[in-house]
Design a protein around this ligand. Structure first.
Ligand SMILES: *Cc1c(COP(=O)(O)O)cnc(C)c1O
Length: 401
């Protein structure tokens, strides 16, 4: 029975009906094992589902705070919704109503944190570093020294709107030295870029199921200092985004407050099995780095330039400058590449015409090569000349396992 199920799905995935490869920052291409983990139904009150929730929570804590997990210094609070819901819950719950947040901005996701904090009517101030420079720890230190009202600092580890890597360890040192609390949006970094509680002082790290952990969309989570959460009762601005109550209820009952995303939790557990089998964070970073290097080298051969300098590029998503050609039109390009089996992502810059190509998901170099061939073919069809790729890959076997 199981064999038949699997051969049916292999057929789907390797046939013309197979899904396009998602070179986007999430949702992204997931493995067959992750997809098939969703072929069951669970009751939210069911003890086997509660056990699954507890196991996934522990596994997520262990990824960044494995050494400390035993003494429950950190806990993981999962939350229904996309990543932004978890960011909003973390800010709204951990920042006291009379606290003040310093937001470090170099792209759309940093801006979003400042915006949501203002909407909660909490005090917030931002430093904007533009779209092509990393956050500068010296400017953070100066801002903290000049405004003693600041209690918390928010930083985006990998700013997905460009793919820029922020110097998290240096920023965390500056924030800790000033006696402030750090909240990290590690949405597109968690599980791939190094982030360990033994090295980096933080109060909370926020991420979601559907990025570097290669699960499916539907839940975000916060790995948070238990002591910080214990102090946060009554701070939240929202009923459903109250991280404290979500945590309390989960601790007391083993259940989620409100309907849990059961299938998403099961898929995440399966994705975590594969994460561990692959070799954890180091192995995932190595695969994504190889994907990214393959992509950037191939783009260069096509005459396309990436927006960021390589020394500040995280191996997560690459922003590519659009060809300076009158025929360029992202919508046309998108449809042509999609018809060839590859889904790309629009640019998110306010200053330059770009598109983005993700390096994350259950993909490796054959998929990156395919993407390069497809990009070249689409550009040629649009009458935009590109130097042809030299590639030997002719038969891509669908989704990597
Ligand atoms: C994806 C992402 C988010 C959350 O986005 P959602 O669309 O709400 O899942 C937040 N911050 C960063 C850095 C991201 O990459």
């Amino acid at each position: 029975m199981t064999g038949n199920f699997y051969s049916f799905f292999y057929y789907l995935i390797n046939s013309d009906m197979r899904d396009p490869i998602l070179l986007t920052p999430g949702p992204l291409t997931t493995s067959l094992a992750t997809k098939t983990a969703m072929l069951h139904d669970w009751g939210s009150w069911d003890s086997s589902f509660n056990a699954l929730t507890a196991k996934v929570r522990q596994r997520l804590v262990a990824i960044i705070a494995g050494d400390n997990a035993g003494d429950s210094a950190y806990t993981c609070v999962p939350l229904q919704g996309s990543g932004t819901f978890a960011v909003e819950a973390a800010i709204g719950t951990l920042l006291p109503p009379d606290g003040k947040l310093l937001c470090l901005v170099n792209g759309a996701y940093g801006k979003r944190i400042a915006q949501m904090t203002a909407m909660m009517k909490r005090q917030v101030t931002s430093i904007d570093f533009g779209e092509s420079a990393p956050v500068d720890p010296a400017q953070v230190a100066a801002a903290l020294a000049s405004d003693p009202q600041i209690t918390h600092v928010a930083i985006v580890y990998c700013e997905t709107s460009t793919g820029i890597l922020n110097p998290l360890a240096d920023i965390a040192d500056v924030v800790a030295a000033a006696g402030k609390k750090l909240i990290i949006d590690a949405m597109s970094a968690f599980g791939a870029l190094p982030l360990f509680a033994r090295e980096i002082q933080f109060d909370a790290v926020i991420a979601s199921a559907n990025k570097c952990l290669e699960g499916v969309p539907g839940l975000g989570f916060v790995v948070v200092k238990t002591a910080a959460l214990e102090q946060a009762e009554g701070y939240a601005h929202s009923l459903s985004l109250d991280l404290y109550q979500q945590w309390r209820y989960m601790e007391q009952t083993g259940q989620w407050r409100y309907t849990p995303p059961t299938h998403v939790v099961a898929a995440l557990d399966a994705a975590l099995d594969q994460y561990e089998a692959e070799g954890g964070q180091a192995a995932r970073l190595a695969r994504y780095s190889a994907n990214c290097a393959c992509l950037i080298a191939g783009l260069k051969r096509l005459g396309l330039e990436s927006f960021l300098h390589e020394d500040i590029q995280a191996p997560i998503i690459v922003t590519v400058k659009a060809p300076a050609h009158p025929n360029w039109d992202f919508k046309v390009f998108y449809e042509l590449t999609k018809a060839r089996g590859v889904v790309l992502y629009p640019g998110k810059l306010t200053t330059a015409e770009t598109f983005r190509v993700g390096c994350i998901g259950a993909i490796s170099q054959p998929e990156m090569q395919l993407a390069l061939d497809v990009i070249c073919g689409a550009l040629e069809q649009m009458g935009i000349p590109c130097l042809s790729t030299v590639t030997t890959v002719t038969n891509v076997e669908g989704v990597s396992q």
